[in-house]
Design a protein around this ligand. Structure first.
Ligand SMILES: Nc1ncnc2c1ncn2[C@@H]1O[C@H](COP(=O)(O)OP(=O)(O)O)[C@@H](O)[C@H]1O
Ligand SMILES: Cc1ncc(COP(=O)(O)OP(=O)(O)O)c(N)n1
Length: 273
């Protein structure tokens, strides 16, 4: 097998964030840091910084589909992830592509930025639930997104487990309900359709958490592309995002980006020594 054939590759289908802390830019940085070749299909262009989203322009669904076809016909992807999908027609176009290309898909059901600015039209939530989630190998809602998907209030770990089960019932095969929005430790709940486990980490006291959800889901896709099983990929991605937050460079006047190039490889090697 040639070098080119063995190199893992992953596709992100997401919006562009001009501040490069979230969206396509965060995903590609994560793929690169984890030594996975990154491909992209852009769904929308946002003008945003660490303080908020100033403008957004949604691309035509046919152009999103054309980007996916162009890279998959030529290069192919071992795994893919979605982020900001903006509209129901884009979600439907992405679902058609995922089914046609039989993609191993991680869905980050992005609905709003940390600043509160909306990134998904309200009427598109039904398409996310009904059309895309049934195609997801993994879905990674944060607490407000899990509330929107289930129609339940979620606060406690037990309520996170109930929400994970309800989202699994919508068709996603593995569910991670993220706990970054909890008041105490950022514990995430993982459900594989049979059992629950918790992904635990210390809370890092910082305002620099822009794009943490994008980074987490991109890392899951990268580890899947590298051949890890889902439970392992999710656990490694949790370690990755925790270190990305810890090493945040402290940029901007609001919620700044996390860091991707703090020598992940060496820190992994040190861990296993
Ligand atoms: N301050 C923090 N310290 C450590 N981990 C965090 C912190 N904030 C978020 N996380 C983790 O980052 C990941 C992304 O979660 P979250 O911030 O809830 O997503 P989103 O960006 O979609 O709102 C989760 O694994 C969460 O537990
Ligand atoms: C273009 C774009 N996509 C997604 C987001 C939201 O990303 P997320 O990782 O959920 O991070 P926060 O914005 O919640 O920190 C975005 N802002 N822009």
């Amino acid at each position: 097998m040639s070098e080119e054939q063995r190199h893992p590759r992953a596709l992100t289908i997401a919006g562009s964030d001009s501040s490069a802390g979230a969206g396509i830019q965060a995903d590609l940085k994560t793929f690169a840091a984890l030594e996975v070749y990154g491909l992209s299909a852009i769904t929308a262009i946002t003008a945003q910084n660490t303080l908020g989203v100033r403008a957004a322009f949604e691309l035509p669904p046919e152009l999103v589909e054309a980007q996916i076809d162009a890279v998959l016909e030529d290069i192919g992807a071992d795994a893919a992830k979605t982020g900001m999908l903006a509209t129901a027609p884009i979600i439907e176009a992405v679902a058609r592509s995922v089914a046609r290309w039989q993609l191993r898909l991680v869905v980050d059901p992005v609905m709003a930025a940390k600043s509160g600015d909306p990134l998904l039209r309200p009427e598109a939530v039904a398409a996310l639930r009904g059309v895309l989630l049934p195609l997801a190998e993994v879905v990674t809602p944060n607490l407000p997104e899990a509330e929107m998907l289930t129609g339940r209030h979620i606060e406690t770990l037990e309520e996170m487990r109930e929400a994970a089960r309800a989202i699994h019932d919508l068709g996603a095969r593995h569910v991670v309900v993220k706990g970054g929005h909890r008041l105490d430790a950022p514990i995430d709940v993982y459900f594989d359709g049979t059992g629950f486990s918790e992904l635990r980490a210390e809370r890092i006291e910082t305002r620099h958490t822009h794009g943490t959800g994008c980074t987490f889901s991109a890392a899951i896709a990268a580890f899947l592309a590298r051949g890890l099983a889902v439970a392992e990929a999710v656990a490694e991605a949790k370690r990755y995002v925790t270190e990305a937050i810890r090493h945040a460079p402290g940029l901007g006047h609001g919620h700044g980006p996390t860091e991707h190039f703090w020598q992940w490889k060496q820190s992994k090697e040190a861990q296993t020594r």
